[in-house]
Each structure stands twice: as C-alpha cells, then as structure tokens.
Design a protein around this ligand. Structure first.
Ligand SMILES: [Zn+2]
Length: 459
C-alpha cells in the first residue's frame, strides 16, 4: 500500500509535527540518488531501500526554497512486510537464470539487472532485468528471485498510433479503372482510412519501421493524417504506412532481422519520374515526376525490396547479375505484397508492377512498369540492363510463390537471401534458394523451386 504525504513545514507545524531532513517514518533506509537545482529551490531525491535493495516505486523528495529555506517534503515510501531480511541478502535465483527468463519472455538479450524489492503486504525480492528486443526499445522485466517466475514485463518505449488516408495499393487497382489519369479531378479518387502503427509519437511520421525524412515533414497534434493526393503530406503518409506494414508482414513470417529498423524515406528531393534506394544513406527517395511514385504502393514495395537486400547482405548488388536479382526481387516483392490487398484481375494483374505509376508513360493497358510473368530465359535474354534482366529472376520467384504458396515461398526466398554473396550469380543464388527450400520444407518443395529456376534456364 502506498502512502504519499505531501507536507509543508507550515502544515507540519500546524499539525504538531516537526519535519526535518531525516525521515519520520522510514521503512528501512533511504539513499540520496540526485540533487537538482531549479530557479527557486534545491531538490533532493532519495530512493527507498530495504536490506540495501531499492524498493520499487518508493521515493522521498525534499525541496528547499532558496529564498526562505523552507522545506517541502514528498514522502512516497511504501510499506514492505513479509520479506525476511536474510532472504533479501541471498536470493534463491541468480541473475543469469533471471536474465534467461526475461529473454524468453521478451525476445531480447538481457543487458542489465539488479535486485529490487516489490513492496506490499507480502513483499517480494525480484530481479529487475532490462532486455532489448529487436523490435526496438528496452523492456523491463521483473523475475521473482525466489521462484524464477516472471512477475511482469513492461516496455519502456511507448508506442503510439495515428490515422491516415492512403491508396492501397493505388487508385487504379482499387477502382479497377485503367483510364484514371494523373490530371483527373480530386473527386475521381477513392481513399482508404488506415491505422498508422508503431509510431514513436503520434505527432510525426516516425516509428519503429519508418522514418519520414522529407523536407517539410507533416505533423499532427491529433495523430490524424488525412491528406488528399494534391497535398505533400499524402505521399509522406503513403511511405510511412506501406513501409511499416511491409515490415510487420516480414515479422509475421518469423523474421526479426530483415531490415528491422526505422527505414529512412523521403518524398522530396527528386523531381524526375524515378525512385531509388541509396545504400550509403540507407534511405529511399521517391520522385515526383509523372504520377508521384509514392502514390503507388507497388513502387514503395519495390524500393523497400532494395533496402531488404542491403540489410541482409551488406553491399549487395555489385555486378550485373546480382543487380538484376535485386531488381527482380523488388518487382517480386511488389507482386507478393499485392497478393494481400488486391484482386488478381485482367485490368490490374498482380504480375503487373506499378500500374498507377505507369499511366504517365504507357498508353496500352494494363499499364505496367514491368511484369513478373514474362518468358525471358537465361542466358539468351540477358541484355546487360539490371531492370530488364531482373524480369528473368522475378518470374522464377513468382513461379515459386505459385508452387509453394505465398507464405512458404516468402519464407524460403527471404531466408535464402541471407546466404547470397554481394556479387552473386543467378546460378549461385538459385542453388542457395533450392537448398533453403530443402532444409525448410523438404524435397518436394526443393524440386518445385528447382523447376522454377530450370524453366528460366538458370539451373
Ligand atoms: Zn530498383
């Protein structure tokens, strides 16, 4: 039970008490942990202790007026009972066992621990263990020092959510209207209202998985980001939402180390009709020529594909073939992310990448930046241009997806990529992917994966 008494000297005197620096009702001990000075006073902060260990939540503060010397006390000490002093000196459970329990609960290794007293009528001695899961931010876990049981686990970094308006993946796909144009009136476009997850604070588009580095980044006091496509904030919201949901999907597959970071992206700085991932800055830039690239989630997914490769294999893509694998994987990633949010129609096939972006520079339908269902084969169709040659690789990945199903295909593809060399070849990367399928899902799956690469002339 917590007793919090705020006493001023005047009140104390009126109540017949004398308050001085020493505690009037100490449960055990107090340790001075901080002295701070403000304009008007000096502030002494004490930690409540029991048998030398800090008592969780227990505190005692003394504020001394510079002008008058008057003392004000905040006594936040808490009763500790039922805990033998001898036990507090030598707990049954050690720090390494407690650290493992905390790691098991939170998914991150322990980097700090200390013994604390959990106060109350039946007080407990516990290890307070700090861990840092790869999802970001420290977690504080209390492990009973008598039984080894986890008592509680509390994230120390608070997450916020916001609300935004987006295209998902694009108006052309959602509205199934191949005649939609960049110059159409605003009333021609339909939006989707979505939740913006994993924000560090709801006031700006910064979170665990995406970090808006655009010039004039939008902010919101209410966490609401409801822009239309004529406003600069719209593309910034598109970037935040689609990058975040992509990383959430990757983690749902079990991967905690595939670009698990706050990915920098910006929707300013490039007026050409192009986008790029810059490995030196680890940043995605979306161009604003033609249809703004960040208005089409399939372009966001493609660029994020480059960030995935770079995160898995430092410096990936040093040769034409490895570069083509990078482009082909990005196109495939747009294909497989589309599977979750859009129908596979003749107007906007999944295999058609960047439908909405492509209305600016294509006249025939469906509008496609590139396709993942072409019939190019290796080595005859190699042209020496990474995007064109990437269509060989993306077709193989799409065939693997069809054979294994979306979930298992993406597990194999992402897992295999960890083992690619920076300058890998089509042949070496395909061989690695087949072996990964064998390990993860057995020989039938491996045979299907091999067939997909054989059909492209790679194996
Ligand atoms: Zn690319």
């Amino acid at each position: 039970m917590k007793s919090l008494a705020r006493l001023t000297l005047a009140a104390a005197v009126a109540g017949g008490l004398l308050v001085v620096g020493a505690p009037a009702q100490a449960e055990d001990g107090m340790e001075l942990v901080a002295v701070k000075e403000s304009l008007l006073a000096k502030h002494y902060w004490y930690e409540q202790t029991f048998a030398g260990h800090p008592v969780l939540g227990g505190f005692y503060a003394k504020h001394v007026s510079k002008a008058t010397g008057q003392e004000t006390v905040d006594d936040g000490r808490i009763a500790v009972s039922g805990l033998p002093r001898g036990f507090a000196a030598s707990p049954a459970v050690g720090s390494s066992k407690a650290g493992l329990a905390a790691q098991h609960r939170t998914g991150g290794p322990a980097y700090k621990s200390r013994l604390v007293v959990v106060p109350g009528a039946q007080a407990k001695l516990a290890w307070q263990v700090s861990t840092e899961p790869e999802t970001g931010g420290s977690v504080s876990t209390l492990v009973d020092a008598g039984t080894g049981q986890v008592l509680s686990s509390t994230p120390l970094v608070k997450h916020a959510t916001g609300t935004g308006k987006v295209f998902d993946p694009s108006p052309l796909v959602t509205q199934q209207n191949p005649n939609l144009k960049d110059t159409d009136p605003l009333s021609a476009f339909q939006y989707k209202t979505v939740t913006l997850n994993r924000m560090t604070a709801s006031s700006k588009l910064v979170g665990d998985f995406a970090n808006n580095t655009s010039k004039k980044p939008v902010t919101s006091t209410s966490g609401t980001y409801a822009f239309d496509r004529s406003q600069a904030g719209f593309e910034q919201v598109m970037g935040y939402y689609h990058i975040t949901t992509t990383q959430e999907y990757i983690q749902s597959l079990g991967f905690t180390g595939v670009n698990n970071e706050s990915q920098d992206y910006r929707t300013t700085g490039l007026t050409a009709d192009n986008s790029y991932y810059d490995p030196a800055r680890d940043q995605i830039t979306f161009g604003t020529g033609g249809v703004d690239d960040a208005e089409d989630a399939e372009i966001i997914w493609h660029e994020y594909g480059h960030a995935i490769h770079d995160a898995q294999v430092p410096g990936f893509g040093t040769t034409n073939e490895s570069g083509a694998i990078g482009e082909g994987f990005g196109d495939y990633w747009a294909y497989t992310m589309s599977q979750a949010v859009s129908p596979n129609t003749s107007v906007t096939p999944w295999a058609c990448v960047g439908d909405w972006d492509a209305v600016s520079y294509t006249s025939s339908t469906p509008h496609c930046l590139r396709r993942t269902d072409g019939n190019k084969v290796y080595p005859g169709d190699i042209a020496g241009e990474v995007h064109d040659d990437g269509e060989i690789w993306s077709r193989a990945l799409m065939d693997i997806n069809i054979a294994l199903g979306r979930t298992n295909a993406n597990k194999v593809i992402l897992e295999a990529q960890f083992g690619f060399a920076p300058g890998t070849t089509f042949s070496a990367a395909a061989t690695k992917t087949v072996a990964t399928a064998q390990t993860m899902f057995g020989s039938t799956a491996a045979t299907q994966v091999k067939a997909a690469f054989q059909a492209r002339g790679i194996l």
